[in-house]
Ligand binder design. Sequence first.
Ligand SMILES: Nc1ncnc2c1ncn2[C@@H]1O[C@H](COP(=O)(O)OP(=O)(O)OP(=O)(O)O)[C@@H](O)[C@H]1O
Ligand SMILES: [Mg+2]
Length: 215
Amino acid sequence: MKKGLFITFEGGEACGKSTQIKLFKEYIQTRQDKDNFVFIREPGGTILSEKIRDLLLNFRQDAPTAKAELLLFLASRAHLYEKVLKPALEQGKIVVADRFYDSTVAYQGFARQIMPAQEILELNKMILNSLTPDLTFYLEIKPEIAFKRKGDDILDRMESEPLEFHQKVYEGYRFMAEKEKNRFAVIDATKSIEEIQSQIRQKACNLIEKYYKQK
Ligand SMILES: Nc1ncnc2c1ncn2[C@@H]1O[C@H](COP(=O)(O)OP(=O)(O)OP(=O)(O)O)[C@@H](O)[C@H]1O
Ligand SMILES: [Mg+2]
């Protein structure tokens, strides 16, 4: 079924995902094939999924239990997959996502320990018909360093978790980067914004060229 390309950005809090995606998007806007790109974020990306995002990150009045949290993330993803991701890939689009299932393994698997990573991967397989990203930029940085970037921002429910939680998130990403080496581009997120962007453009453009050639 899949014809397009699927590129994801991953990493712990404040590693620079959104900063890099914004710059990448600006670059894409200068390309002739710009209409061939779709940008999404997780949780979110549809009206329903954005509502779920708000429940997951900001609804402290009756915050979801651990299992409910996992299932809400998956519900948001299942809906995004059916409504946006699958149709876009079927049309041959290049989809760029801010977070995807590696985040669920890292946060709900490793940090929250709701269920083993392997089972979380199985659940994702089920809702995504076994779709995996073609390329994942993992912006790696120790949480104690990343958190210094946050400044006085108001923290959401995940960001408010203690440092040990975020250290386990870091281990979760390491696990996925080892497990699915072929699609992972591990990037040193302590480097400058410009240097990281240049690495990302190079890798992404290589893959995009190859994709157009084999079309
Ligand atoms: N390479 C970098 N060096 C220094 N500061 C950076 C770098 N990249 C991003 N920042 C700064 O770190 C902060 C967090 O960046 P950003 O919002 O892009 O991270 P994120 O990974 O999207 O975070 P979240 O997980 O909360 O969505 C911002 O203030 C940003 O300007
Ligand atoms: Mg972000």
